[in-house]
Design a binder for this molecule. Structure first.
Ligand SMILES: NC(=O)c1ccc[n+]([C@@H]2O[C@H](COP(=O)([O-])OP(=O)(O)OC[C@H]3O[C@@H](n4cnc5c(N)ncnc54)[C@H](OP(=O)(O)O)[C@@H]3O)[C@@H](O)[C@H]2O)c1
Length: 168
């Protein structure tokens, strides 16, 4: 399982239920990376998509504790136990955790890699990602050249996990 996210320099990822940046190159990277794969998200992230609709051409798995919640085109899981059972149906390299804050911060220890787009800006936010630079279990394995969209400079980083927790 892998994680994919865009963060500000202060590890901010969201505000008022929405994203912090509009970066076409990053959206293209996200789309290319997750297309025809499995995406795992929290209910808030699903609801942040246009019309609350799942991502096209991907298997969408949504976590919620609400047993009444239904979403067309999504597989719903009500606990990590249910999620991990469901994920046995897929190759773990094809599974991407796509947010938001709660889900990233609970599931990152189970991920082998994190694709982190780092934006050279400090943002006010209400949702933050775990700081991978300060986590000795993780190391930076790749950093791209600098990209720029809409006045924001950013790089694509890959971090690797030295001690992946097993999905049980
Ligand atoms: N920068 C990025 O790349 C990026 C990517 C995605 C999202 N975001 C941002 O992140 C923010 C949303 O993050 P968030 O932390 O508010 O919400 P979230 O992680 O998307 O969803 C949280 C919800 O997931 C469910 N959940 C969490 N853990 C669970 C568990 N163990 N079992 C069952 N259900 C569980 C709960 O739903 P119930 O309350 O229904 O039980 C919880 O309220 C938005 O601002 C969004 O734009 C940023």
């Amino acid at each position: 399982m892998k994680l994919i996210v865009a963060v500000a320099k202060n590890w901010a990822i969201g505000h008022n239920g929405g994203l912090l940046f509009d970066l076409p190159d990053d959206m293209a990277f996200f789309r290319r990376t997750t297309l025809n794969k499995v995406v795992v998200m929290g209910r808030n992230t699903l609801l942040s998509f246009p019309g609350g609709k799942p991502l096209k051409n991907r298997t969408n798995i949504v976590l919620t504790t609400n047993t009444e919640f239904e979403a067309e085109g999504c597989t719903i899981c009500h606990s990590f136990q249910e999620l991990f059972e469901e994920l046995k149906n897929y190759n773990s390299d094809d599974v991407f955790v796509i947010g938001g804050g709660k889900i990233y911060n609970e599931l990152y220890p189970y991920c082998s890699e994190a694709y982190i787009t780092k934006v050279d800006a400090v943002e006010d936010a209400d949702t933050f990602l775990h700081n991978f630079d300060e986590d000795e279990e993780w190391y930076l394995s790749y950093a791209s050249e600098v990209h720029e969209n809409n006045g924001f400079k950013f790089i694509f980083n890959t971090y690797k996990n030295k001690s992946i927790k097993n999905l049980e």
